[in-house]
Design a binder for this molecule. Structure first.
Ligand SMILES: Cc1ncc(COP(=O)(O)O)c(C=O)c1O
Length: 419
């Protein structure tokens, strides 16, 4: 495997509110995270500070104290207030912003709004998140549309992605979907360049920015895609079930999946009224943004990124492997090669994760791109460099155990086949 050059490992990053080791140790107490476990998988589900969970509980208290008043009077105003606070942080306008439960729902909402039919094509890459790939498989089955996957693989230089995507766009392309920061590879894609080429070809672009809010400086309007989806419960650390969908004024109109009383009253009104649902997570997003800024904002992101890269470089060196891409392609989440190839099966992922969790009390992610399995680590404000010490040998041990299990399963299957 080609080992991408990486910054040398070193001391934990310091010098900012989010980066200093003491600040980071203090930050652990802001969370409900169990002690004794190394939490190196923030990218998957986030982790919510106690203060935001408490605020969510307060919103729920108000909801149940007087449901009629809450849903009829308080919630509509509170949602717009939240949108006004969240939009500038994301680089867009409040009236373009709708709250959805998660990124998957955001993508589904856009897809449902397109009148797809037989012969239509949707262009995606092989870095696309598996759940969204399944959603597209369902849409293809239901409409007769075709999914065109651009093979990029990993290691990858993301600068090569725009040309590869452009080459896949044709007269039947109805939509391009690109991840801003891909889950499986952790690579950041040059989304503004991809948006420019899609505009030049007159093809709508949906950016799946599930990871982006709070992970990088985001300016949705400057990217100039038609549709942008981002999670609030990952790097912004909001409670689960809060995400945003931003739609450009020039894009084909989008309606929520659950159309309710506000149908026909405009984008914001329709998204604010999607049946009776618990919107308490979204209502905490203004506080989540304030907390992100109080923890350092840009400095926090830089410190997290430096920690993730230093830890990943150290881990790769211990395993004799390399990173999934050039370091500049990564934010606070990095992919690392494994010491030997493994079958990219559900069983392998379960065995690797269980080994790390049960034998080393470590939560990290294993992902697959184009059939190759990778380790993915994250760094958030509650992590210190010590969290990653010994990770390389622990993962190498998990890989050896998973390989042995896979070989035993293959031998058994071969024996059964022969018999
Ligand atoms: C790129 C990408 N898209 C979509 C999702 C789905 O997010 P959710 O489970 O919050 O819907 C994820 C989750 O990790 C992701 O990484």
């Amino acid at each position: 495997m080609e080992a991408a050059s990486a910054t040398p490992p070193g001391a934990p990053p310091s010098g900012s509110n989010g980066g200093g080791a003491a600040g980071r140790l203090d930050a652990r107490h802001l969370f409900a995270l169990e002690e004794g476990t190394r939490h190196l998988n923030h990218g998957a589900f986030g982790a919510t500070p106690l203060s935001l969970s408490a605020e969510q509980a307060e919103w729920r208290g108000r909801m149940e104290a007087n449901p009629t008043r809450f849903f009829m009077t308080i919630l509509p105003k509170a949602l717009r207030h939240a949108a006004e606070a969240v939009a500038p942080f994301l680089g867009t306008e409040p009236e373009r912003l709708g709250f959805v439960a998660n990124a998957t729902e955001g993508v589904a909402t856009v897809l449902r709004s397109l009148a797809l039919g037989p012969g239509d094509q949707i262009v995606v890459t092989d870095h696309q998140y598996n759940a969204v790939r399944q959603l597209l498989a369902f849409m293809a089955q239901a409409t007769g549309a075709e999914i065109v996957t651009v093979p990029l693989g990993l290691p990858l230089d993301p600068a090569e992605a725009p040309a590869a995507i452009a080459a896949a766009i044709g007269p039947a392309t109805r939509l391009v979907i690109v991840d801003h920061v891909a889950s499986g590879s952790a690579v950041t894609f040059p989304v503004a360049d991809i948006a420019a080429l899609c505009r030049a070809q007159g093809v709508p672009l949906l950016i799946d920015g599930a990871h982006a809010p709070g992970l990088l400086a985001l300016d949705i309007d400057a990217i100039d895609a038609d549709y942008y989806v981002g999670n609030g419960h990952k790097w912004l650390m909001g409670p689960k079930s809060c995400a945003v969908l931003a739609v450009s004024p020039s894009a084909a109109p989008v309606h929520p999946l659950a159309i309710s009383h506000a149908f026909g009253q405009g984008f914001a009104a329709e998204f604010d009224k999607q049946g009776t649902r618990d919107m308490s997570a979204a209502l905490t997003l203004p506080s989540a943004i304030r907390l992100h800024e109080a923890l350092g904002g840009e400095d926090l992101r830089a410190a997290n990124r430096a920690l993730a890269l230093a830890a990943a470089t150290d881990t790769a060196r211990a395993m004799g492997t390399g990173l999934g891409a050039t370091p500049s392609a990564f934010q606070s989440m990095v992919t690392i090669g494994l010491p030997r190839p493994l079958p990219a099966t559900r069983e392998t992922f379960a065995a690797l994760s269980a080994h790390l969790s049960e034998n080393h009390r470590t939560e990290a992610a294993f992902t697959a791109i184009a059939g190759t399995v990778w380790l993915r680590i994250s760094a958030q404000v509650y992590n210190t460099f010590e969290d990653y010490e010994g990770l390389g040998p622990a993962v190498a041990e998990a890989v050896a155990a998973a390989a042995e299990a896979a070989e035993a399963a293959a031998a058994k299957a071969a024996g059964q086949g022969a018999g």
